[in-house]
Design a protein around this ligand. Structure first.
Ligand code: 4NP
Length: 155
């Protein structure tokens, strides 16, 4: 079983987008049972709420919609998930501060396989920002999948 946690600030825009994309990719490849996938936010402002309607609209348009309820990163996530992908450097720094030192090699930038950098926060922008986030994550998650499929599973 390969376990993947997608993390952003609020868990309503970028990380649920990544979760929907990854679940759709796994479904298309018949790999759903081989992975545990979830998303969470470093902040707790939106806990219990559905993803932003603009994220849901983009996921629906790409046939990648799934149930998405915001939650905050919890201490046990660092043990539970072998791959913890942060949407930007600020999220990564927050995770590094909370993560037990022995588990810090589980933390990565989501865009690392496609050159690194941040997934821009689309929350205060327009709908085109959400489509841009979709494209960035779609390419990067394909690259992550190629990496995971080429090596023994994590926890
Ligand atoms: P996310 O975007 O981290 O991609 O979910 C944000 C969502 C909410 C806020 C900021 C960013 N906010 O300030 O409430």
């Amino acid at each position: 079983m390969t376990s993947v946690l997608l993390v952003c600030l609020g868990n309503i825009c970028r990380s649920p987008m990544a979760e929907g994309i990854l679940r759709a990719r796994l479904r298309a490849r018949g790999l759903t049972e081989a992975y545990t996938v979830d998303s969470a936010g470093t902040a707790g402002w939106h806990v219990g709420r559905p993803a932003d309607p603009r994220t849901l609209e983009v996921l629906a348009r790409h046939d990648a919609l799934c149930p998405l309820t915001a939650r905050q990163v919890a201490a046990e996530d660092f043990e539970r998930f072998r791959w913890i992908l942060a949407m930007d450097q600020s999220n990564l720094t927050d995770l590094q501060l909370r993560c037990p030192p022995a588990l810090r090699d589980r933390l990565h930038l989501a865009l690392a396989p496609t050159g690194g950098g941040d997934v821009p926060d689309p929350y205060y922008g327009g709908a085109d920002g959400f489509e841009h986030v979709y494209r960035l994550l779609d390419t990067a998650l394909d690259a992550w999948l190629a990496r995971w499929e080429g090596q023994p599973s994590g926890v």
